[in-house]
Unconditional design. Structure first.
Length: 218
């Protein structure tokens, strides 16, 4: 038989060590190992690498189990935190995300009671009411003291939130709100406004009045 090169033997040594070679290949490797010290050393190294003491096996398995338990704990904590964040987001949206209630004559009216202006809300519920003090604004070329106001609602107290709060609140229905310094106002407008945008000059009262609805005038 022709002499087999060491490189070929070393290529098949892993398969020989794992005992997955044919009988012919096995015979060829064993004959070569009998004659070649370098390849015998390589063979011994491979066999030594496969010998793991029992206690090391247990230690390695313990480490794997420990890492897996830690990973499961981290996954569980991440799932819990994600669920809490989702529930908090839903809760915040339902109870704190406010939208403007569109103006309607049947829903919102302004009444003069003992020289005080009062806003009466005839709906079932609302989250809040926002109103300015009387301020001087030029309207159609005339300076007037005007109040700008609007009502807000959340999903909780909106008609679509009846599945959360099915009972109507008799204390809110037909409720009134006294407008600040209403006795000095010439007119009341209904429109959404953002005081922060106004302070940063992203909006102006004159522009708000233009898009507002006049709901009362002296």
């Amino acid at each position: 038989m022709n002499e087999v090169k060491c490189t070929i033997i070393q290529d098949v040594l892993p398969l020989y060590v794992d005992e997955v070679v044919s009988e012919d290949t096995k015979e060829m490797v064993e004959q070569h190992l009998h004659q070649c010290e370098n390849c015998r050393q390589e063979y011994r190294s491979m066999k030594q690498a496969l010998r793991i003491p029992a206690k090391n096996k247990g230690s390695a398995l313990g480490k794997i189990k420990k890492r897996w338990r830690k990973k499961k704990w981290m996954i569980s904590m991440a799932s819990i935190l994600a669920t809490m964040a989702l529930l908090f987001g839903i809760f915040s949206y339902i109870f704190y995300f406010k939208t403007v209630i569109p103006y309607s004559q049947e829903l919102i009216t302004i009444e003069n009671q003992d020289n005080e202006l009062v806003s009466r809300y005839s709906g079932n519920s609302y989250a809040g009411v926002h109103a300015t003090h009387p301020m001087t604004v030029e309207v159609d070329g005339t300076e007037k003291n005007v109040i700008v106001m609007f009502y807000t609602q959340t999903l909780y107290d909106s008609p679509s939130g009846s599945f959360i709060n099915p009972k109507e609140n008799p204390n809110v229905q037909g409720s009134t709100f006294q407008l600040p310094e209403g006795q000095t106002a010439d007119a009341v407008y209904y429109a959404e406004f953002d005081a922060e945008e106004i302070s940063f000059e992203k909006d102006a009262w004159s522009d708000i009045i233009e898009r507002a609805t006049l709901i009362w005038e002296r």
